[in-house]
Design a protein around this ligand. Structure first.
Ligand SMILES: [Zn+2]
Ligand SMILES: [Zn+2]
Length: 162
């Protein structure tokens, strides 16, 4: 699995894929980062808790880049408007439908990403753990009550889009 997270010391975005070590220095600030890697993570490749902050609850969602999704939507809408401008409503509707289908297919075949409620660490390339549920707003508020307004709907997506 690959863990993507912010260094707890200097907030640099880091990526770890070596779970054999329990700690390693941050490549940016040099301070030691402790990873609480469990046997389940090492042997079964499953996320059972957050290795970065030791939070027990993580959620699973589609690894969806919101900017990409919106771009596809906007491109389809513009093409439709161009067709409508030239009185090609049938073609325009077909183009629009093709874009909607493409968006849906893209979403369907996207891999999952497991995300920590507390520190937003992201785990990719993991074996699905049935104990991990989709995102729940109530839980997010519990773990991060101050961040309710700032994109609490899906904070990690915003972070990723940057
Ligand atoms: Zn650092
Ligand atoms: Zn965490």
């Amino acid at each position: 699995m690959i863990i993507q997270f912010l260094c707890p010391h200097c907030r640099t975005e880091l990526e770890f894929d070596d779970l054999s070590q329990d700690e390693s220095p941050c490549p940016k600030c040099g301070q030691t980062i402790r990873l609480r890697v469990t046997d389940g993570m090492r042997q079964r490749n499953m996320v059972d808790h957050c290795a970065v902050c030791d939070c027990q609850t993580v959620y699973v969602q589609k690894d969806f880049n919101r900017t990409l999704g919106v771009s596809i939507f906007v491109a389809g809408a513009i093409l439709f408007l161009i067709c409508a401008w030239f009185n090609r409503l049938v073609e325009g509707t077909l183009v629009w439908a093709a874009f909607v289908v493409a968006d849906g297919l893209l979403y369907k075949f996207l891999p999952d990403v497991t995300i920590c409620y507390k520190c937003y660490a992201q785990y990719r390339g993991v074996t699905a753990n049935p104990n991990n549920r989709p995102f729940e707003l109530g839980l997010a508020e519990k773990f991060d009550p101050l961040d309710k307004k700032a994109g609490a709907e899906n904070p990690a997506a915003e972070w990723k889009g940057r």
